[in-house]
Ligand binder design. Structure first.
Ligand code: SF4
Ligand code: SF4
Length: 275
């Protein structure tokens, strides 16, 4: 398990005690859309840009995050233009920014996005030097329709015809049963509810979350060794580890001899998940 945890940060203290930037919500819910970063200031700026009529190639939209994939993008995946190691799964229940409601919300339907770079969401195909896209001729649907000055077409894509991991893996893929087993053993809880009820979480609720966190890590550890998976494959197949998502939702995570431990501070008192 320790080996698996090390895969998600350079040092144990980096991952468990410091808020990793990659732990923050994905900037885009179902696809990228430059003015809709969750920062209301961007709306103001966007409204001031109404006179814009064409792309200025500033690259800001690509820096804000890669797109979610839709049905027509399956051909790009199957054709090898978008390999599995460049994709990341946002599981149902995770928090993400929804441009339609302008709010951070639990994702109601799994989505697969192009991964970021390092610990940033900036699209891995974005080339900062030229402010260009290294797969421009074969970029995903959401990138092709994006006009930051005229977002209607992009907004119409929200929630429509999204690709999931199982769409991408196909019926005969030997990794498919692993995805199903992981979802059965450790589904992502509704992190909106977890966040909302943080102060009210009692030891019992924390123990239940703690069980999920440790099951998730043990599962990853097992399949990573058994199938010799890269971290990038793991992030596509199983999304981000639950302990990272909980940390980002404000649940302190530490290590103990029994595994990862969740702790809550309520009215100055510590509530722990461990018995
Ligand atoms: S669509 Fe063009 S102008 Fe708008 S943010 Fe993206 S690169 Fe910049
Ligand atoms: S695929 Fe290309 S156009 Fe789309 S976000 Fe990434 S760099 Fe930008």
């Amino acid at each position: 398990m320790a080996q698996c945890r090390e895969r998600h940060g350079r040092r144990r203290s980096d991952r468990l005690l410091m808020p990793l930037r990659a732990l923050r919500w994905p900037c885009f819910f179902l696809q990228r859309l430059i003015p809709f970063t969750g920062d209301r200031l961007f709306f103001t700026v966007w409204n001031m840009k109404q006179k814009q009529t064409e792309c200025k190639r500033c690259g800001i939209c690509c820096q804000k995050g890669g797109p979610a994939l839709h049905g027509p993008d399956l051909a790009l995946v199957r054709g090898g233009r978008l390999p599995m190691e460049n994709l990341i799964t946002i599981r149902r229940g995770e928090l993400a920014y929804n441009p339609l409601s302008d709010a951070i919300e639990p994702v109601g339907q799994e989505l697969v996005k192009i991964r970021g770079t390092g610990q940033e969401w900036s699209c891995c195909y974005y080339e900062p030097a030229s402010k260009g896209c290294s797969i421009y001729g074969g970029r995903p649907l959401a990138c092709g329709v994006l006009k930051c000055w005229q977002p209607e077409e992009t907004l119409a894509l929200v929630g429509q015809d999204l690709l999931s991991r199982l769409d991408i893996l196909g019926a005969q893929d030997p990794l498919r049963p692993l995805v199903l087993e992981h979802e059965r053993l450790c589904p992502c809880p509704d992190l909106g509810e977890v966040k909302k009820n943080l102060a009210a979480q009692d030891g019992c609720a924390l123990r239940s979350l703690e069980g999920l966190v440790n099951t998730d890590l043990a599962f990853r550890d097992r399949v990573v060794r058994e199938f010799n998976l890269l971290l990038a494959h793991e992030l596509f197949l199983f999304g981000r580890p639950l302990f990272q998502l909980l940390q980002a939702s404000g649940v302190p995570v530490s290590e103990s001899r029994q595994g990862l431990k969740l702790t809550m501070r309520r009215n100055g008192n510590l509530t722990e998940g461990h018995r």
